[in-house]
Design a protein around this ligand. Structure first.
Ligand SMILES: [Zn+2]
Length: 415
């Protein structure tokens, strides 16, 4: 056989095969329910599911402005009264430090944030309890309280010292997002230019230590190359703590279909982010037009405050933002259900969860899902779309609990 013809044929066959693989989805017949039926199913699900949200940025408000989670008139997206109304069972509080924070002060700031979370837990013992294992979450939920967990957002916050991982683990941190919006010594960010084109050698050491400790590897924010390198390096399932689907909104922060398949193969979970700019292209395009002027006004206000030796408060900043938000096409909460549908179709029912990014999205959550009190409406919408009760329990938190258990087991096996 002519080798050229043969090779061409092999290539064509391979292309056909890969397009067939790419077309493999988990499309199942889910007959829609009537609103009345959906409400009944949702009520039953809310009675048995543990809703776990894998990302909220509320600790900054606790630390910087003394925000108390029990505040009945809380202006923020996460509060105890809202969490109670929304049947929230577990919340991963994000220990996030800006990439531009003074480099020698990153750990200090992170510890202050962890302390602020601990103080909230200690101050509200009837409502909150710290969870560091999947069993903790279940036990705390059974006791009628909200499980508070912690995740570190940005590998830069270990100050290039792997020993810091051990300390964060001991303080209760159970995931680390490998990068935030800039590359670091671990790997590349989706918000930066390629440098490592994946993970650095140090990054692979970090992933190995996280696997040993039992800290989940979070691939939200990383570049596509770093994503694949992290999935390949991790001996345990990974999570995307707050990422949506790029097929529905072209944001580099969102996961492609191929990435969704890779997470499924790895046994991990992609937790859908509620930020309008990651959910909806129309919104993202309109927002991009107003963002430069808005950012400039916020910066000017921040600089003016700094001259007075003060900081611009979150509420002052949101008052500026609101002026620019008027007229933006804010999507409906059903857009989150669209992303869940897509992720389930591509990755399968066992690999999708919720990662709201509440209190980290400058007020830009979808209409009808403005804060954590609104989770039941999302559950009713998903029930209307025909998901079984078991499937809903998985999406709402069961999948995250499974991954936590697997990560705990991998850690034990590596001791
Ligand atoms: Zn984030």
């Amino acid at each position: 056989m002519n080798p050229i013809t043969h090779n061409t044929r092999v290539r064509v066959t391979m292309a056909l095969l890969s397009s067939m693989v790419a077309a493999t989805t988990f499309a199942v017949d889910r007959p829609e329910r009537s609103p009345a039926e959906a409400a009944k199913v949702a009520d039953r699900v809310l009675g048995k599911a543990i809703i776990i949200d894998t990302h909220a940025d509320t600790p900054q408000m606790m630390l910087d402005e003394g925000y108390d989670l029990a505040d009945p008139s809380s202006p923020f997206m996460i509060s105890i009264p809202k969490a109670r109304a929304g049947h929230l069972g577990g919340e991963f509080m994000s220990i996030w430090v800006d990439v531009d924070w003074p480099q020698q002060d990153l750990i200090h700031r992170a510890i202050d944030l962890i302390d602020a979370v601990d103080r909230q837990v200690a101050g509200h013992p009837n409502d909150l309890a710290l969870a560091t294992t999947a069993d903790d979450v279940v036990r705390i939920h059974r006791a009628g309280k909200i499980a508070i967990l912690m995740g570190l957002e940005g590998g830069h916050i270990i100050e290039d010292d792997p020993h810091a991982l051990d300390i964060y683990y001991r303080l209760g941190v159970r995931y680390m997002t490998l990068t935030h919006t800039k590359n670091n010594e671990i790997g590349d960010s989706s918000g930066d230019q390629p440098h490592w084109k994946g993970l650095s050698d140090f990054g692979r050491q970090v992933v190995a230590r996280m696997n040993q400790l039992g800290m989940m590897v979070d691939i939200s924010h990383v570049s596509d190359d770093t994503f694949y390198a992290a999935v390949a390096a991790s001996k345990a399932p990974v999570i995307a703590s707050h990422s949506s689907c790029r097929a529905l909104c072209n944001a580099p922060r969102d996961t492609t279909d191929d990435m969704l398949r890779a997470v499924a193969k790895n046994g991990g979970v992609v937790d859908i982010n509620f930020y309008d700019g990651f959910l909806d292209q129309n919104f993202a395009d309109a927002y991009a037009k107003v963002a430069p002027a808005m950012d400039a006004e916020v910066k000017a206000a921040r600089d003016a405050r700094a001259k007075e030796g003060k900081r611009l408060t979150y509420l002052e900043e949101s008052q500026i933002d609101e002026k620019y938000y008027a007229g933006l096409p804010i999507p409906s909460y059903t857009r989150v259900a669209d992303h869940i549908d897509h992720a389930v179709q591509i990755a399968g029912i066992d690999h999708v969860g919720l990662g709201s990014d509440f209190d980290g999205i400058s007020g830009l959550a979808p209409r009808g899902l403005e804060d954590c009190s609104k989770f039941p409406d999302l559950v009713r919408e998903l029930a209307r779309r025909g998901y079984s009760e078991d499937d809903l329990v998985k999406i709402l938190g069961g999948n995250v609990l499974r991954v936590m258990r697997q990560v705990e087991q991998v850690s034990k096996s590596l001791q």
